[in-house]
Design a binder for this molecule. Structure first.
Ligand code: AP5
Ligand code: MG
Length: 217
């Protein structure tokens, strides 16, 4: 099962992709998480990516496509994978098509979590992430039992550097200009499914599970 999870910044891609990855035992491949790890490790990739990420801009296509090509060639992707936050430009989508055809695979579904732009800044600014296990929370919509402590592992929660209102606004405008056109791209390819992302986290999961049952089926 090769799934692409699409949606604007803060729409819930990561929250839902993590659940699908656990349920279907396939890797969640988040380009944002890969770049954040590289930044934390201070690698050459991290140094390159940091500048773009903190400005709310996209990392250049050739860099992003290169890391995804390498990642999809790993053996844990043989059974399938869920892409979270890739592709984000038409050039990335074209490159993904080529990578998959080289691997003898096809896209099973492109699932777009649709949330009005007016809701997204609050989602981003209120997000908190566990430093130890990466679990995602929201101070209002998915609060941990104890403030700033991860329910799952007891780790400390932190706020992403790009989750300020200012950088979120920039990320949303980049999404509109560069990523939204992929909706028509994948509609035309006949693999596009849309889910109403204004629902609760569990209602979105339920809607996703229905879509995935039909994909598996
Ligand atoms: P990335 O990390 O992918 O960020 P993003 O696309 O901006 O998306 P987010 O991770 O912010 O949101 P999400 O949809 O995962 O939402 P989440 O589930 O956390 O990318 C970061 C940067 O890396 C980019 O800006 C760019 O610089 C670079 N980059 C990454 N990929 C790239 C690419 N392909 N090309 C070039 N550059 C790239 O949820 C958000 C919050 O809302 C959480 O607090 C959550 O608890 C809450 N929430 C989730 N669902 C709901 C719900 N249904 N109701 C209420 N609250 C909810
Ligand atoms: Mg995410």
């Amino acid at each position: 099962m090769q799934i692409i999870m699409m949606g604007a910044p803060g729409a819930g891609k990561g929250t839902q992709a993590a659940k699908i990855a656990t349920k279907y035992e396939i890797p969640q491949i988040s380009t944002g998480d890969m770049f954040r790890s590289a930044v934390a490790e201070g690698t050459e990739l991290g140094k390159q990516a940091k500048e773009y990420m903190s400005a709310g801009k996209l990392v250049p296509d050739e860099v992003t496509i290169g890391i995804v090509r390498e990642r999809l060639a790993k053996s844990d992707c043989e059974k399938g994978f869920i892409l979270d936050g890739f592709p984000r430009t038409v050039e990335q989508a074209d490159a993904l098509g080529k990578i998959l055809s080289d691997l003898g695979k096809e896209i099973s579904a492109v699932i777009n979590i649709d949330v009005p732009l007016s809701d997204l800044i609050e989602r981003g600014v209120g997000r908190r992430i566990c430093k130890s296990c990466g679990a995602t929370y929201h101070i209002k919509f998915n609060a941990p039992v104890k403030e700033n402590v991860c329910d799952a592992c007891g780790g400390e929660l932190y706020q992403r550097a790009d989750d300020t209102a200012e950088t979120m606004t920039k990320r949303l405008s980049v999404y509109e200009a560069s990523t939204r056109p992929l909706i028509d791209y994948y509609k035309n390819a006949g693999v596009y499914v849309e889910i109403d992302g204004r629902q609760s986290i569990s209602a979105v999961t339920e809607a996703l599970n229905k879509v995935l049952l039909s994909v598996e089926g």
